[in-house]
Design a protein around this ligand. Structure first.
Ligand SMILES: [Cu+2]
Length: 160
């Protein structure tokens, strides 16, 4: 058990090392920072499911204003486990490749949640940087089956 956690931690550190290194303190990343559940947040519901060999997030495109804190209310309506990992596209592609090699890698990060079938969960994230970011299910094969989406963070006035 311990070795599994240690291994996952090391693997994650390898994957997210550069992002964390330039992020400074407080868990800040290129795509924002972990939210504070005690502070106001706009709620966005995301459903995970699979159908006809495809896997998906609904919705798969989300728009956010810079500085907004979002409470993602997550629901797995599928028949198998799914997860959501919020990151830059480059990070998620790299992390996804790691997951192909180590499918049992588990996430306990403020930017990721894994849900069993018919379960719900929450994730609070503050989007502090303008840009286009990725959210994907990195369980092997799922992103490839369509389980990915985009978050566009615009300036406070709505410009990119
Ligand atoms: Cu999935």
């Amino acid at each position: 058990m311990f070795s599994k956690i240690l291994f996952a931690t090391v693997a994650l550190a390898l994957v997210s090392g550069p992002a964390l290194a330039d992020a400074g303190h407080g868990g800040a990343r290129a795509y924002g920072e972990p939210g504070d559940a005690r502070k106001p947040a706009r709620t966005i519901a995301i459903t995970m499911r699979e159908s006809d060999g495809k896997m998906m997030f609904i919705p798969s495109k989300i728009e956010v204003r810079q500085g907004e804190q979002i409470k993602f209310v997550l629901r797995n309506n599928g028949e198998i486990d799914h997860e959501i990992v919020l990151a830059t596209l480059a990070e998620n592609l790299k992390h996804g490749a790691e997951m192909q090699k180590n499918p049992d890698m588990e996430h306990d990060d403020p930017n990721a949640r894994r849900l069993s079938p018919k379960k719900s969960g929450e994730m609070v994230w503050k989007f502090t940087k303008v840009g286009e970011f990725d959210f994907s299910c990195l369980i092997p094969g799922h992103r490839e089956a369509g389980m990915t989406g985009t978050i566009v963070v615009t300036t406070k006035t709505g410009a990119l």
